[in-house]
Design a binder for this molecule. Structure first.
Ligand code: DX5
Ligand code: ZN
Length: 217
């Protein structure tokens, strides 16, 4: 099974973003957290900054939108050239329309679920998505504690995807470290977002390798 490690630049030094991006060039994708201070109680950056990240990043972008009104804003991130654009199920009444638009523009479409959001209503829509992000903390901040109670959702997604033979990427985000990554891998995750665990390390490249090895075991 292929494993992807996507460091989250939320934990990077925002005024030295270009060197932060180069320090993680051995990762698969760079996870870019867009927050609007409405959907979550925190604010990061928007299309201008994400466009510059896209220009200078050695690896492709995995954009995670923690924003209201993805119908309006998500397509713009796909147009910037993001490899994948993930929006929250809780932020829209028409996730399928957003996903179709993203795919039409040429990005992978991702659906994110907060820890308290049930996955069952979305199981029949999985063909419309390339990836599902199971939040393993409440969205909004880095450095929080991994919530193992979200693992049954991942198991259900993994079983459903296996039954239909689909290559759905199952992503976890929040509190992923060498201590928790194996729990998520065992439950069926294959794509791992890690913010503080990578950027608090003196050697991000080595930490990416450690996470990769631990998830593959
Ligand atoms: C939280 C963000 C995460 C965050 C993870 O809302 O979506 O991507 O950067 O940070 P860590 O790995 O520190 O929990
Ligand atoms: Zn994220």
């Amino acid at each position: 099974m292929s494993i992807r490690i996507n460091p989250s630049i939320l934990a990077a030094d925002f005024v030295n973003m270009e060197s932060a991006l180069h320090s993680i060039s051995s990762a698969d994708l760079v996870h870019v957290d867009v927050m609007d201070n409405h959907f979550v109680p925190n604010l990061t950056f928007g299309p201008g900054m994400v466009g510059r990240i896209q220009d200078v990043s050695p690896i492709p972008l995995d954009v995670h939108l923690m924003i209201d009104d993805p119908e309006r804003w998500a397509p713009g991130y796909a147009e910037l050239g993001a490899f994948s654009v993930t929006f929250h199920a809780e932020a829209t009444t028409n996730p399928v329309a957003v996903a179709r638009r993203l795919r039409e523009i040429g990005s992978r479409a991702g659906l994110a679920l907060k820890p308290g959001t049930d996955v069952e209503p979305y199981l029949e829509l999985l063909d419309e998505f390339d990836q599902v992000l199971v939040m393993t903390v409440e969205p909004g901040f880095g450095g929080q504690k991994f919530m193992p109670e979200t693992m049954p959702k991942l198991r259900l997604l993994a079983e459903t995807a296996a039954r239909s033979g689909s290559d759905l990427w199952l992503q976890v985000d929040g509190g992923i470290s060498e201590d928790t990554i194996a729990i998520a891998a065992e439950a069926g995750a294959n794509t791992f977002v890690a913010g503080s665990s990578v950027f608090a390390s003196d050697n991000p490249a080595l930490q990416i390798e450690t996470l990769r090895q631990t998830a593959s075991r």
